[in-house]
Design a protein around this ligand. Structure first.
Ligand code: DOR
Ligand code: ZN
Length: 355
C-alpha cells in the first residue's frame, strides 16, 4: 500500500496545557504536534490551569488558543464540584461539549458523588456530547444517568474487559453512547511498567494483556467508535520526580501505531478512517472544512524518536519502537500546513470548530 489520503482527522481527547501550565506544553507546540501527527483538529480537555469551569477561564483559554493554534480546535467545558451548571447555557456556542471526571485524575475536577453527577446531567442542554472519565463500576453509574436523561455520552479511554462488557450491553439496549480507546492501552500493558517506570503512568492505568486483547476485539467487532490519544504532556522532571504525574503524550504516535496495526492485519484502512476521522466528527457534530486531508505514507518503517517530536515535552512512552506510517503532508482549507517535517501554518490560523 503506498500513499493514503485520509479525510480530516479529529482527535477528540487531548490536553494541550498552555496558560499556567505552559511550562509543560503550550497551544503553539501542541497544535504543531497535532499537525505533525496528521490531525486536522483536536478537542482540548478542561483540567487545565485554570480549570475551564467558568466564563473567565473559558475566555482566557479561547483567547490564548485562538492566538496560537496552527490546527483547528475545540474546547470542553468542565463539570465542577462547586456547582457551575448555571453557566452551561451561555457557553454552549463556544465549546464542543462537557467533560465530567468521575474518577481520580490530573487536576481538581473530580466528581465522585452520584447526586452531583445527576444534577449535571439534568442541567446540560441536550445538543452537544458529554464526555466522561469513568472507570470500572463507575461506568454503570454513568449509564444509569444516560438511561434517565438521554444525553449523548462519550466514554473516554475505555481500558478493561469489564468496562467493554458494560458498554456492549448498553449498546444492545440502544443507549446514546460512544466509546473511545487509546493507543497506549492497545499497545502497552502492566507488563511494560518495569521498563517504562514513571513514563508508563497514566489514568486509566495500564491493564492486563487480557484487557488489551478485549480492546482489540472490541475494535474488530465495531463496538469501539473512536481512537483518541489522551495526549497529556508532562515534563520529564515531573515524571521522574518524587510524586510522578499521570499522563503520556500521544498525538504524534497514534497514526504510526495504527499503521502498524494495518500492517499486522488487525485493522483495515476503512476502519482506521472511521475511528480517527468519520466517527469522532459525527459524534461531535463537526463538519470538516473543504480541501482538508492528510497524506500518509503507510509503507514507511519508522523508529519513534524523541528528537523528532514537536510536542514540547520531548518524550514518548513508545520511543525506540518500530512502527509503520509517516505523515507526509497535511492540508487544511486548501493550504499545505505540514510538509512532513515543518509546520507551515501561521499562529492563530486554526479555528474553533464549535463557532
Ligand atoms: O493520565 C492522565 N493524564 N489522565 C487524565 O485523566 C488526565 C491527564 C492529564 O491531564 O495529565
Ligand atoms: Zn484525558
Amino acid at each position: 500500500m503506498p500513499r493514503l489520503t485520509l479525510p480530516a482527522l479529529l482527535d477528540p481527547h487531548v490536553h494541550l496545557r498552555g496558560m499556567d501550565w505552559a511550562y509543560k506544553a503550550d497551544f503553539a507546540s501542541e497544535t504543531a504536534a497535532a499537525l505533525a501527527g496528521g490531525y486536522w483538529a483536536v478537542l482540548d480537555m478542561p483540567n487545565t490551569a485554570p480549570s475551564t469551569i467558568d466564563r473567565p477561564a473559558l475566555d482566557r483559554k479561547l483567547a490564548e488558543i485562538g492566538a496560537a493554534a496552527v490546527c483547528d480546535w475545540g474546547v470542553y467545558f468542565g463539570a465542577s464540584q462547586a456547582d457551575n451548571t448555571a453557566a452551561y447555557a451561555a457557553v454552549m456556542g463556544d465549546v464542543c461539549g462537557l467533560k465530567i471526571y468521575n474518577n481520580a485524575t490530573t487536576g481538581t475536577l473530580l466528581i465522585d458523588d452520584q447526586a452531583r453527577r445527576e444534577a449535571i446531567y439534568a442541567a446540560w442542554p441536550g445538543t452537544k456530547p458529554i464526555a466522561v472519565h469513568a472507570e470500572g463500576e463507575t461506568v454503570r453509574d454513568i449509564l444509569a444517568l444516560v438511561r434517565k436523561y438521554h444525553r449523548l455520552t462519550h466514554f473516554c479511554h475505555i481500558s478493561t474487559a469489564e468496562e467493554i462488557g458494560y458498554l456492549q450491553a448498553a449498546r444492545v439496549e440502544g443507549l446514546p453512547i460512544s466509546i473511545g480507546v487509546t493507543p497506549h492501552h492497545l499497545y502497552l500493558t502492566q507488563d511494560d511498567l518495569p521498563a517504562l517506570g514513571p513514563l508508563g503512568l497514566m489514568k486509566p492505568e495500564l491493564k492486563t494483556r487480557a484487557d488489551r486483547d478485549a480492546l482489540w476485539a472490541a475494535i474488530a467487532s465495531g463496538l469501539v467508535d473512536v481512537i483518541e490519544s489522551d495526549h497529556a504532556p508532562h515534563t520529564l522532571e515531573e515524571k521522574h520526580g518524587p510524586k510522578p504525574v499521570y499522563g503520556v503524550p500521544g498525538l504524534e504516535t497514534t497514526l504510526p501505531l495504527l499503521g502498524l496495526a494495518i500492517h499486522e492485519g488487525r485493522l483495515s484502512v476503512d476502519r482506521l478512517v472511521a475511528l480517527v476521522a468519520e466517527n469522532p466528527r459525527r459524534i461531535f457534530g463537526l463538519r470538516a472544512p473543504a480541501d482538508t486531508y492528510t497524506v500518509l505514507d503507510l509503507d514507511a518503517s519508522v523508529v519513534i524518536d524523541n528528537a523528532a517530536l514537536h510536542t514540547k515535552c520531548g518524550w514518548s512512552p513508545f520511543a525506540g519502537m518500530r512502527v509503520r506510517g509517516r505523515v507526509a503532508e497535511v492540508w487544511l482549507r486548501g493550504r499545505r500546513v505540514y510538509d512532513g517535517e515543518r509546520v507551515l501554518a501561521a499562529p492563530g490560523s486554526g479555528r474553533n470548530v464549535a463557532a
